[in-house]
Write a protein that binds this ligand. Sequence first.
Ligand SMILES: [Zn+2]
Length: 138
Amino acid sequence: MDADGGEGLPARCGLCGVLMPGESVPSAVVRDSSAIHPHDPWQDGKRTVVACSPEHLEELVERYGYRPFEEAELWAGKIARVAAMHSTGLSPEALAYETGLTVSQLELGVLWQNEHAQRRHPQPGEPHTGPTGPDAAE
Ligand SMILES: [Zn+2]
């Protein structure tokens, strides 16, 4: 039921994926504009990475360093989190209040979201063929 937030699970090295037994593993906090905390806005944009060794941690941090930190991506994530809690939709003012963003930040976040949605689904208007499967027809 609850989203798996990864809490309580054994940690895996973010680089090589090896399962790490202990709790005292090397970790670092990196800036990542795609990191949206499930409920704590203050932790948005920060991702805790863990690694099996200081060498792997170093490489992991370096990789995140190459990734551009796009504020619009962060805003889009904040909007999506708030929108998920309000299925009926929100006025721009309420959305701004709940996300803590300005209206222009909201616009940029939505723009970012649209751009990336289009990249994933280049043809959103594909014909609807109706239900499929042998039992679908009445
Ligand atoms: Zn590793």
